[in-house]
Design a protein around this ligand. Structure first.
Ligand SMILES: [Zn+2]
Ligand SMILES: [Zn+2]
Ligand SMILES: [Zn+2]
Length: 335
């Protein structure tokens, strides 16, 4: 019998098809292969082929936009939103509109074309996290922005148009609906119980253990109770923390280790899948609170979203999270 499950954080129901439970090998797709053919604007030596950098780590001398860096952040050459101008909010009859103002940046995670986030060192991954944080703190000074989303598309199937490993940041003049739903649900729960729903979830998941993938000093990786996608994985700080950008060094160190560990597990179990991840953090101006708890949602690209999902907002997940957690937990990864 399939099971309907509710995600308490988003209020979203999903269908877990327990009967035809799919194992990792049942998903037909291509592994992410780095070919390194053709011109790459993110490679060392091609620094002048991107817009001028807004942040760089690791370069000693040589001047801006020259080789010798470890992590480099540049504006997206084809931005989804434009950085100049006012929002100019308007009504158009019953419709609302505003100018497409925002920042769209690319975090180039390493100068090495053949690396992936999973094959960098822990220190290399941590540098990427610091770059996320530095850019967020800087963009938060811009009064036009209400939310900053960090996300990553890995592999063509997940929407990456360049294979050189990178993440993206978009600063938005509005709080996205997905995030608003999570924050509002968490706030409602807090008002009723005076406890953070995420902290409660962490306690319960650690106690039962069936959906735990791995953990370290500050971080936990779990398969959520009501996943939208097979092998969906959440990474979450164990101590209450409402904003990604307001943490101490040990938290980022732990996060880097667990992020890399989780990506390695996905690579082993699903044979280097394409994937997306997003960082969900508190909206700008609401960073300090007791109810929202920042986290990462990671989705390997194994299935396609089809008509039923479009029409209902329900997802059908063909692998129970207890199963995917077991596969990932038992994966042999080397640190
Ligand atoms: Zn490259
Ligand atoms: Zn919490
Ligand atoms: Zn979330």
């Amino acid at each position: 019998m399939p099971e309907l499950r509710k995600d308490m954080i988003t209020g979203r129901w999903v269908i877990i098809s327990t009967d035809r439970a799919k194992r990792p090998t049942d998903f037909v797709r291509e592994s992410v292969e780095i070919r390194g053919t053709g011109f790459c604007p993110f490679c060392t030596g091609n620094e002048t082929k991107t817009p001028p950098e807004v942040l760089v780590y690791g370069r000693n001398g040589g001047g801006p936009n020259s080789p010798g860096w470890k992590v480099r952040v540049v504006p997206n050459k084809f931005p989804a939103l434009g950085i100049e101008g006012d929002l100019d909010r308007q009504g158009e009859g019953l419709y609302d509109k505003m100018n497409g103002v925002g920042a769209h940046e690319v975090i180039v995670e390493t100068p090495d074309h053949n690396s992936t986030l999973a094959t960098l060192t822990d220190r290399g991954v941590e540098d990427v996290l610091w770059a996320y944080r530095d850019r967020m703190l800087d963009l938060k000074n811009d009064r036009r922005f209400r939310y900053i989303l960090i996300f990553k598309n890995h592999g063509e199937a997940a929407g990456a148009s360049l294979e050189h490993t990178h993440s993206q940041l978009i600063a938005l003049p509005i709080v996205p609906k997905r995030v608003r739903e999570e924050v509002d649900n968490a706030k409602r729960y807090y008002m009723e119980k005076e406890r953070c729903i995420f902290c409660d979830m962490i306690r319960q998941e650690v106690e039962t253990g069936v959906r735990v993938i791995s953990e370290n000093e500050h971080f936990l990786a779990i398969a959520p109770y009501a996943p939208r996608f097979p092998f969906e994985t959440w990474l979450i700080p164990k101590q209450h923390a409402s904003a990604f950008e307001n943490n101490q060094t040990p938290v980022y160190t732990s996060f880097a280790k667990l992020l890399r560990d989780t990506l390695q597990r996905l690579d082993v179990v699903l044979d280097r899948p394409a994937y997306n991840y997003v960082i969900h953090t508190s909206p700008i101006g609401e960073e300090i609170n007791e109810h929202y708890h920042w986290h990462v949602e990671m989705m390997p690209k194994l299935t396609k979203v089809a008509g039923f999902e479009w029409g209902t907002g329900f997802y059908i997940c063909p692998t129970p999270p207890e199963e995917s957690a077991r596969f990932l937990r038992e994966a042999q990864v080397h640190a």
